[in-house]
Ligand binder design. Sequence first.
Ligand SMILES: NC(=O)c1ccc[n+]([C@@H]2O[C@H](COP(=O)([O-])OP(=O)(O)OC[C@H]3O[C@@H](n4cnc5c(N)ncnc54)[C@H](O)[C@@H]3O)[C@@H](O)[C@H]2O)c1
Length: 357
Amino acid sequence: MRMKRFQTSLGVCTLSVGEGAIENRLPVLTAGRTLFIITDKTVFSAHRAFFARYFPDCTPFLLPAGEKGKSEKQLFKILKRMSALGLKRDCRVFAVGGGAVGDVGAMAAALYMRGVSLVQIPTTLLSQVDGSIGGKTAINLGAIKNAAGCFYPAFEVVADPMFLRTLPRREIKCGLGEIVKYAALDPALFTRLDDMETAALSSITFLSELVADCAFLKAEIVEEDERDEGLRRCLNLGHTTAHALELFYSLSHGESVLFGLLAETRLAADRGVCERGFADKLTALILTSIAVSPVNIPDFKRIHSALQLAKADKKNVSDGMVRLSVPVAAGEWTLFALSFEDYASETEAILREIFSK
Ligand SMILES: NC(=O)c1ccc[n+]([C@@H]2O[C@H](COP(=O)([O-])OP(=O)(O)OC[C@H]3O[C@@H](n4cnc5c(N)ncnc54)[C@H](O)[C@@H]3O)[C@@H](O)[C@H]2O)c1
């Protein structure tokens, strides 16, 4: 297990990552506290022994799995359950699950009595490398993803590979989307992934070794810019396009990130913003990652309509211009602006060319 402490707006957050993290940290984090556990039905079924061992006296609040859990209905159900149990400000919330449980669980912890202690126990690769760190909480409002939320960093994040062993292959690929993003930002990580075959990129043993590096890198970034006003925008590599694709084609977040990163890297290379040699290597890594599990390649003939949704991304689109966080070279990135029309037509051409082969 590796540990890192970093500063957040609420104090110090401890990141405990690796084999043995649960066994080491849970007895300390649960001692002498009233606990409230939030998880989803799939995670609860897959890890009953974990819940029985560490939370023997608690009945977890069970969310529906996935995005359905990130609703105002579920958020208020959680708050009402906490209130019915008479929980006080000194209780501690454990959000045990993927990014969806983490997002809504953290929002409940932020709102209950104006904020109670939160521990994130991420159980997907995506949430271990990314979602559980950095304090962003969210629910969806109707079809609008992450439309409501606040910043509420956890007191501790405990990421143990024992959870990843029950992950379906598609969820492994989703985590890979974010790992490849970190590789674009960190040359040492890129070297470890470069030229890997699909088999290695599907191996939980191999990927588990990368979790701490990604999680610690995110911690360093959010420590400097928790509120997403500058440096943290590097974590948006590929994400403007990804968010539009995710909504329009009902792809998972991680798959959309792979397609978004692919399109935006090629676009940046075509515009001379990203070094061609690096863009080619990154593109190869993304295509190998996409092949980790079967995916229905979206019908990119309709992509112009999909990209209209990028306009809803107020952070990245204004005055008819789209602002993309794009790779420049190994470990380098920049913000790059172009007109919406150019962005949409170039992205369409790139994705249709790659996937019509
Ligand atoms: N707050 C942030 O900074 C941040 C960053 C990235 C993504 N997100 C959010 O995270 C969500 C995506 O997270 P995700 O990819 O973890 O998806 P998820 O939470 O929807 O989980 C995916 C599926 O895997 C199942 N699952 C979870 N852990 C499992 C395990 N150990 N074994 C078997 N099945 C398991 C879940 O039940 C679900 O069906 C999105 O809502 C996205 O917006 C948030």
